[in-house]
Design a protein around this ligand. Structure first.
Ligand code: GDP
Length: 295
């Protein structure tokens, strides 16, 4: 299993010790093990292959087999590579606008509304910001109500207008409302669909053009594995978004989505969602995620 990758590495490398002349073939056996673990974790085949090739080259280059604890060194190489693959250092979000506009995108059920609330709460309590939430899902009145419930929970006002069925003018009105009322951050929650569809993409692209956000964030359910990667790709092609939010990492997920999404869209993962509560949000740290993946 993926969770015990470091145990597996230790075992695989243990066997190699004391063999005198250790060959590339032995390393290849170990990297095959790593590749299998990555595939088990829903990492895309091509990425897993490239990854293991890099690890193999590094292992040979660093003479991993002549050290006393090859398992540990191998684990370190794998961890460093995973960290690198997932984006190096943590990236923040751009709060330079006045107000800063953050546009949320993603499929229905990905956790957009919940995350909008979490982010508003995070910015309010940790960054002393005065955020406004804007409800732009004109198709599902329940979604607007849900954002109000979230806003009430965290004490952040919500701008909505059930009479207005045009999401673009709603978003603009929301930003104008923020300006008029001294909010320095505006978080716009948009309508998702169950699957990628052109109408949704056009709508969110129009909102984007109308309000020129500092940040376009793409929210994706980490539990959806390979689908998450395809969805990320589709949204990125249209929106060229600035960052990814990986939700539901508290669930029984092996974390492969983080590796695959970052590799495919080459955009930073900025935050993770780790539960349904408003404080279940964390900044994404690639090295921590690598630790989690290694178990
Ligand atoms: P939206 O349709 O994209 O706005 O998605 P919602 O915010 O309504 O979330 C869909 C469901 O996922 C809700 O039941 C949320 O409580 C739940 N949810 C959202 N984020 C997380 C998370 O990080 N962990 C868990 N376990 N559940 C989450």
């Amino acid at each position: 299993m993926f969770d015990n990758l470091s145990d597996k590495l230790d075992k695989a490398m243990h066997v190699l010790r004391g063999h005198g002349q250790i060959t590339e073939i032995n390393v290849a056996e170990t990297t095959k093990e790593i590749r299998r673990a990555l595939l088990d974790a829903d990492v895309n085949f091509k990425i897993a292959k490239e990854f293991t090739n890099t690890v193999r080259d590094k292992a040979i280059g660093q003479n991993v087999l002549t050290t006393l604890q090859p398992g540990q060194l191998m684990t370190k190489i794998v961890k460093d590579e995973l960290t690198e693959l997932m984006g190096g250092d943590a990236e923040g979000i751009d709060l330079s606008g006045n107000p800063s506009v953050i546009l949320m995108s993603g499929l229905q059920g990905s956790g957009k509304t919940t995350f909008s609330g979490k982010l508003a709460n995070f910015l309010k309590t940790k960054k002393s910001k005065n955020p406004l939430l804007v409800a732009c899902d004109v198709y599902r009145p329940a979604a607007i109500d849900q954002l109000h419930v979230v806003g009430d929970q965290i004490g952040v006002p919500v701008y909505s207008d059930k009479e207005n069925s045009d999401p673009v003018s709603l978003a603009q009105a929301g930003v104008a409302h923020a300006k008029a009322n001294g909010h320095n951050v505006v978080i716009i929650d948009t309508a998702g669909r169950l699957a990628v569809d052109e109408a949704m993409m056009t709508e969110i692209a129009n909102i984007r053009n109308a309000v020129t956000p500092q940040e376009v964030l793409f929210v994706v359910d980490a539990m959806t594995g390979q689908d998450a990667v395809n969805t990320a790709k589709a949204f990125n092609e249209v929106l060229d978004f600035d960052g990814v939010i990986l939700t539901k990492l508290d669930g029984d997920t092996r974390g492969g989505a983080a590796i695959s999404i970052k590799s495919v869209v080459n955009k930073p993962i900025k935050f993770i969602g780790t539960g349904e509560k408003m404080d279940a949000i964390d900044i994404f740290y690639p090295s921590r995620m690598a630790d989690r993946i290694l178990g």
